[in-house]
Design a protein around this ligand. Structure first.
Ligand code: ADP
Ligand code: MG
Length: 309
């Protein structure tokens, strides 16, 4: 008795399964994209081939649904697509334009080596910079630099020394220049100079000062942000900054600066006085000669654009 009951139940279960399978396959075969694909490839795909492809067709419809609902996809960013695969149906996954754009943007960002900079600095592009009357001069020089650099990247091009009060957008502009160069395949190192100076002091105990200076001085394009924001020891001035600038001058590598001080103030008020309070005007002059060789001073005016103070 029991046996008969079991068999009956198994048969009913199988029937139930069959019905469910039929419903699913009906849905699959009625999918407009599936129908179009099968119609277009009818000369290659006979009924048997279609039958043998049911799991691929099912996968396609399921993944398409997830793709449209943007949920639970096997491969996020990829759209399923039907293809012919040795007289059968296959499913392939093609990257969406959004994914390609995101990958391109990540590749660009990877060319901007930012050290101790605001985290969104790599997102700024030249298109984000408003062109105001006050900015015309500096933007003109920025565009000229980029044009000349892209034309002959091996030649020496003077960078810019952006000078101006807090919040006018100097750092932001450096980020935008780095982005434009990155879009064209060039790597820029953008670093907050005061933080780098602190890191250098710490590196002494780890014996890594030399290699750190080496990496920075050889950067194809270097941007030193906020130079002069913190007082500098003679060691940072002469043995770190001086060494980096000397190398870049010899190798003629593009170098940018940003500072709240103009060149004259930087020399007289910042670089001359050592932390011990001694006046070292000759050493300051030596550094300034290198900065002047590497970059052209441009002043940035305008309102303070920082909203959170
Ligand atoms: P600085 O380095 O001169 O002190 P920042 O570059 O840090 O100034 O700019 C301060 C803030 O102002 C930035 O965080 C940014 O949000 C905003 N900002 C700067 N320049 C622009 C610009 N051209 N367009 C829009 N916002 C800007
Ligand atoms: Mg800044």
């Amino acid at each position: 008795m029991d046996n008969v009951g079991d068999n009956l139940r198994q048969m009913m279960d199988r029937n139930e399964l069959n019905k469910r399978y039929q419903t699913l396959m009906n849905e699959v075969m009625n999918d407009p994209d599936v129908r179009r694909f099968l119609a277009e490839n009818r000369s290659v795909l006979d009924d048997e081939a279609i039958q043998r492809s049911s799991s691929e067709l099912y996968e396609y419809v399921q993944e398409k649904k997830k793709f449209q609902q943007k949920k639970g996809m096997l491969a996020p960013g990829y759209r399923p697509q039907l293809i012919l695969n040795h007289k059968r149906v296959g499913v392939t996954y093609v990257p969406t334009p959004e994914l390609l754009e995101r990958q391109r943007e990540n590749e660009i960002k990877s060319r901007i080596r930012s050290m101790d900079m605001p985290k969104d600095i790599r997102d700024v592009t030249l298109a984000d910079i408003e062109i105001t009357v006050e900015r015309q001069e500096v933007l003109g020089k920025v565009f000229a630099f980029i044009e000349e650099y892209l034309e002959a990247p091996k030649k020496f091009h003077k960078g810019l020394y952006l000078e101006g009060p807090f919040g006018v957008g100097k750092t932001y502009l450096l980020g935008a220049i780095a982005h434009e160069l990155a879009e064209n395949g060039f790597v820029t190192t953008l670093m907050h100079f005061p933080s780098f100076a602190v890191e250098m002091k710490q590196s002494i105990s780890q014996n890594t000062t030399g290699e750190k200076i080496d990496a920075v001085k050889r950067a194809p394009i270097l941007m030193l942000d906020d130079i002069g924001a913190d007082s500098m020891s003679s060691w940072i001035r002469d043995d770190v900054l001086g060494v980096i600038l000397q190398y870049r001058m010899q190798e003629q590598l593009p170098t940018f600066f940003s500072s709240n001080f103009n060149m004259k103030q930087l020399e007289e008020e910042h670089l001359t006085v050592s932390q011990r309070g001694e006046d070292e005007p000759l050493k300051a002059k030596r550094i300034m000669e290198r900065i002047r060789f590497l970059a052209e001073e441009v002043s940035m005016k305008g309102e303070n654009r920082r909203h959170t103070e």
